[in-house]
Write a protein that binds this ligand. Structure first.
Ligand code: UTP
Length: 227
């Protein structure tokens, strides 16, 4: 089966939830399923994850506990997508790789949040893409690709149309690794992509862009494995 893992930006899960946004994303996932693709959706934790992480960090919690809160929040977001997809979705949010494998056998759209502390849902999505032997991993995020610097800070930052994993690793390796702050692609996700030569495209999250990226159109940034 042609499988595409789609990391869905946590920024799509506002408080309160905008159901029109969720519905239009789900329409895109269903259109992919109708074309014979098995979409595997990994939902970010978004604002809810950060609210809980910030509150509990102020109580001097350890980072693993904070990561666990982020994972719980991302799973709540997965539940919203499952509810919206109805019978097109596998009804359970997998919480480990065995459950992911089982869910994949259903042939339905599989939706999950985070799995393990210590990384982001991007790394989860890379691990799931590896496990599912996915044909493509689309990182649908809140920027339209990878930039030489943070485009929100420097307006002159340059967007890459293609970036190799070594350059990407060097860019993200400078960033902090704390609960709620793992960025665009964390180091673990890049290592997984590299070792299994997973095809990756990083795009601005919208239903149209997800469908275009799934068709192989050259939008956002393509990540190529360094030799
Ligand atoms: P994410 O970092 O993936 O959500 O998970 P986000 O910030 O909404 O991501 P974007 O904006 O879509 O990129 C929230 C937090 O949950 C924990 C981490 O602390 C992470 O920062 N988490 C998530 C894990 O520890 N493990 C996971 O597998 C997923």
């Amino acid at each position: 089966m042609y499988r595409i893992v789609i990391k869905l930006s946590g920024s799509k899960f506002k408080v309160p939830i905008n159901l029109d946004v969720i519905k239009s994303l789900c329409t895109a996932f269903i259109s992919l399923a109708d074309e014979g693709v098995q979409p595997i959706i990994v939902t970010g934790g978004g604002a809810v994850a950060r609210f809980y992480i910030d509150a509990v960090r102020a109580l001097k919690s350890d980072e693993t506990t904070l990561d666990e809160l982020g994972i719980l929040a991302s799973r709540l977001n997965a539940r919203i997508i499952i509810s919206c997809l109805g019978s097109m979705a596998y009804p359970i949010v997998p919480s480990n790789m065995e459950e992911v494998s089982l869910a994949l056998t259903s042939g339905k759209i599989v939706v999950l949040g985070g799995l393990y502390p210590g990384h982001s849902t991007n790394a989860t999505a890379a691990l799931v893409a590896e496990k599912a032997c996915a044909n493509l991993f689309i990182n649908a995020t809140d920027v339209d690709g990878v930039y030489s610097e943070d485009p929100k800070v420097n307006k002159n930052a340059k967007r890459f149309t293609k970036i190799d994993t070594k350059t990407l690793f060097n860019l993200v390796n400078k960033l902090p690794m704390m609960a709620g702050t793992y960025d665009l692609m964390d180091p673990l996700s890049i290592k997984i992509i590299e070792r299994s030569k997973i095809k990756v495209r990083i795009i601005l999250c919208s239903p149209e862009n997800i469908v275009d990226a799934a068709k192989g159109l050259p939008i956002g940034t393509e990540v190529v494995v360094s030799i």
